[in-house]
Every structure is written in structure tokens, then in C-alpha cells.
Ligand binder design. Structure first.
Ligand SMILES: *Cc1c(COP(=O)(O)O)cnc(C)c1O
Length: 454
């Protein structure tokens, strides 16, 4: 393990986030108000999100958006994060490819999620909000927001997908340690939760359902806002600190990536790493770079979903989002990469995919754990099951180089570590995990009705 690190200084933390929309030839289609069927205005979002997040969500004009000093101050706790040349993995694979990863697992909560949690909690505090609420799948987003809420003195209620609430007790403990209230979803505390429990008492929950519960709480509680950890444009925006740092670090390494890879749940860590590099492709400076989103075969929205307006949540409380989607009623298998069990991709990503500017691959669960084990044994870091999808896709790319003899430069995002996911590893070693493939009939069933939404 002689991997080489490329480190930046504290004052290299970016001053601004990068908004990709001004650089896109085909802009993302507008979000649509479900009642009026008109393009959404920032004011339509103010009852749910902070005003700053709402304005950022619909900002198509400003390429650079300043990062508030209080947010940069908190980023200094763990940023800039290291860029690492994975020579151990290269050697294990015996590939001519150069493999680099951006290590977002070094944050206090172990994932990239804190980049947006801090920004969103900060804006809520600035605007006089006292309570915030959100959903969490595997618990990564909930843990990040719990830390951020505590720092800015906000009360936080987290709806945690039931399967993870039971399977991943330590992320629940982390949230409680930071002082948040954690509720298993579906719950009896909301209309959306009660409805789904009535129809399906054994329902193990989904991100779509948990979002409905949190949005309902925010809309029915004074001075309470909803905060989302992925999918939306402003979340992708906050995550661009990852790629902006990585750009400088690749320069230090004297290389530029031919392939940029990240796992894909709702798109935040993918966007965060990819968009700053994508801007050089969009302005014609770097035409050759490929961008690869790695998603689970059990929840393949980019590879097998349809490009359509759909709701971001199960109950249909959110605006209509133009997305690659499996349908907002899609119920993903209980894979261990809980953060990737979301039915759609965000508006920007979906447009880029539609325009063939990004590629998507789907990865089987057993392949992700095989890749994770190889990575841990050659680089020393135990990756999150989500991040392992990016590692598996990277290994596939590196093995193609081995066959062709090409020495490509591959950069992937290590979005988080897996130290709180060891139950999943236990089950892998006990041969207790299986692959899940969605059938065409499943997808047909959950996408059939969404065309009628608009
Ligand atoms: C939440 C999460 C993801 C998936 O979410 P995206 O918004 O697609 O990035 C990936 N990796 C880790 C470690 C996560 O916590």
C-alpha cells in the first residue's frame, strides 16, 4: 500500500460552488407545479425549503455561487479531502490504468453528505427557522444533517427508512448522539405513513415514502423546513466542492481524467465530482472525458428507467421533476447500499443522460462486495456499500485497459467508508447475500401510470 496522496491547504477550499446549468446547451426542463401544471417559481418552494435553497434550485443564470464564510469555516473541520492514487489497487489488478480516488470518507460522519447538510442547515438558521426535518435511507444523510443541525442550534426530526432503521442501528445511534429525533418510516405520525401502513402493514419503507412523511411534517409545523440530501439541483451544487478540489489535485498529479466514475443514488456525489470536470467538456476544452454513473441492478433508473415528469416522493407532495425514473411507486429490493435505493435521478443529471453526456452502468450486489473487498485489501479503506458500486465500475474500466493495453486515467469518488456497514460485510462473507435484478414487468408496472401526471 504505497498509494500517493495529493493534499491541498485550508485556503484551497473553494470560495464558490459551481452551477453547471449556465454551461448546458440544453437546459434541464423546468420543475412543474403539480396543481397549476405551470413551471415552478421560487416562491412555490418557500413554504417547504429555505429561501436560499429555493433560489439556488431555480438559478439558471449564475455559474458561481459564493460559499458563505460560516459554511467554509465548518468545511475546514475535514476539507480539503485527499485525492489518492490507488497504486495498490492498480497493482492488484495488474492494469496499465492510472486509478485515482477522491476520499470523501474522511468527514466526521464518514461520507460526502456533510457538504450539503452544513449549507442547508446554515441557510435555515439564517432565515430564522427553528425546526428542520428530513428522510434518510442508510442513515448517512440523517447523520450528516444531525451534526449540522446541532452546530447551528436547530431541532431535527429524521424519518428513517424502516429496513435501515432495523438493519443499521448504529447510524440511528449516531443521529441520536448528535441530538436528533429518529422515526422509523412508514410511521403512524403522518397521513402518508398511515396510508401506506394500512395498505401494506409489512412495508419495509422507501426513500420515497420517508420524503412524503418529512415534507408533510414540514408543511404542517410552524417554523419548520424540509431539507433534502440528494436529487435536487441545490444539493448537487453544494457537492461541487468535491470536484473543484479534485480538479486542482489532478493538476498536482500532472494528469487529467479520461473517465470519471461515481455511484448513483439520487446523484449528489456523482454531480459533485463530475460537474466541475464536465464544464471543460461542455466548453469544448476536454472533449474526450467520459462520465460513468454506477447504479445498483436492483434500482436501475438511469439504465432502464424512462425520461418523464414524475414525483420525487411516494405520496406525490413534491413538484413534478423531469427525471429518469422507475416510477415514484417503485419499491426497490432490500440491498445493503441503502443510499442507492431511490427511484429517480435529478433534473440536471437526467438531461445530461438524455443528451448522452453521461453514461450509466448497473452493478450487481455481489460484484460490489467483491470490489469492496479488493479495495480494502489493496488500499486499506473499507468502503461504504454505495461507494463500492463506483469501485466495481472503476475495476471494470481498468480491466478494459488491461485488455486493450491503454493507460487511461480513471478518477472515482469514494463517497463514504463502510465501518458502520459491517453487518452487510458479515452477510457477504457468510454467503448470505444475493443479486437482485428488476424484471421488465416490474418496471412496466411502476412506470405505466406516470405519463398521465402531465
Ligand atoms: C447517500 C450516499 C450515496 C448516494 O447518494 P447520491 O446522492 O447519489 O450521492 C452514495 N454514497 C454514500 C456514502 C452515501 O451516503
Amino acid at each position: 500500500m504505497k498509494s500517493k496522496k495529493f493534499l491541498l491547504q485550508e485556503n484551497d477550499i473553494p470560495q464558490s460552488w459551481y452551477n453547471i446549468i449556465p454551461d448546458m446547451a440544453n437546459k434541464p426542463l423546468p420543475l412543474i407545479h403539480p396543481a397549476t401544471k405551470q413551471p415552478l417559481l421560487p416562491e412555490d418552494l418557500y413554504p417547504i425549503f429555505s429561501k436560499a435553497a429555493s433560489d439556488q434550485e431555480l438559478n439558471t443564470a449564475d455559474r458561481w455561487i459564493e460559499i458563505p464564510e460560516e459554511v467554509r469555516e465548518m468545511y475546514r473541520i475535514w476539507r480539503p479531502t485527499p485525492l489518492v492514487r490507488a497504486t495498490g489497487l492498480e497493482k492488484l489488478l495488474d492494469t496499465p490504468a492510472h486509478i485515482y480516488f477522491k476520499n470523501e470518507s474522511v468527514s466526521p460522519v464518514g461520507s460526502h453528505k456533510l457538504n450539503s447538510a452544513i449549507a442547508q442547515a446554515y441557510y435555515c438558521k439564517q432565515e430564522g427557522v427553528t425546526n428542520i426535518t428530513t428522510e434518510t435511507g442508510a442513515g448517512q444523510w440523517g447523520a450528516a444533517l444531525s451534526l449540522a443541525a446541532k452546530h447551528f442550534g436547530l431541532e431535527l426530526a429524521v424519518y428513517m427508512v424502516k429496513i435501515s432503521f432495523n438493519q443499521k442501528p448504529y447510524r440511528r445511534s449516531m443521529m441520536q448522539t448528535y441530538g436528533a429525533e429518529v422515526i422509523s418510516s412508514p410511521s403512524m405520525s403522518t397521513k402518508a405513513g398511515r396510508k401506506i401502513i394500512t395498505y401494506n402493514p409489512n412495508y419495509q419503507g422507501s426513500l420515497g415514502t420517508a420524503i412524503s412523511e418529512a415534507v408533510e411534517l414540514a408543511m404542517s409545523t410552524p417554523n419548520c423546513k424540509y431539507v433534502l440530501g440528494s436529487v435536487l439541483n441545490h444539493v448537487a451544487l453544494h457537492q461541487t466542492v468535491i470536484g473543484l478540489e479534485a480538479e486542482k489535485q489532478m493538476e498536482m498529479a500532472g494528469e487529467y481524467p479520461d473517465v470519471v466514475v461515481a455511484c448513483f443514488g439520487g446523484g449528489s456525489n456523482f454531480s459533485g465530482l463530475a460537474f466541475p470536470f464536465m464544464r471543460h467538456k461542455l466548453n469544448g476544452d476536454r472533449n474526450g472525458t467520459r462520465f460513468v454513473a454506477a447504479e445498483p441492478a436492483s434500482c436501475p433508473k438511469l439504465t432502464r428507467g424512462i425520461f418523464q415528469y414524475d414525483f420525487g416522493d411516494e405520496a406525490g407532495y413534491t413538484p413534478l421533476i423531469p427525471m429518469f425514473t422507475l416510477g415514484h411507486n417503485f419499491q426497490p429490493a432490500n440491498i445493503h447500499a441503502g443510499g442507492l435505493r431511490y427511484h429517480g435521478g435529478g433534473a440536471i443529471i437526467s438531461q445530461l443522460k438524455h443528451d448522452d453526456l453521461i453514461e450509466a452502468v448497473d452493478i450487481q450486489q455481489l460484484d460490489t462486495f467483491k470490489a469492496a473487498t479488493m479495495f480494502a485489501r489493496s488500499e486499506g479503506i473499507i468502503p461504504a456499500p454505495e461507494s463500492s458500486h463506483a469501485i466495481a465500475a472503476t475495476i471494470n474500466e481498468a480491466m478494459k485497459c488491461k485488455v486493450s493495453g491503454e493507460s487511461k486515467t480513471i478518477l472515482f469518488n469514494l463517497s463514504g467508508h463502510g465501518l458502520i456497514d459491517m453487518t452487510a460485510y458479515d452477510r457477504y462473507f457468510a454467503n448470505d447475500l444475493t443479486n437482485y435484478e428488476v424484471t421488465a414487468e416490474d418496471i412496466e408496472k411502476t412506470t405505466r401510470d406516470i405519463e398521465k401526471l402531465l
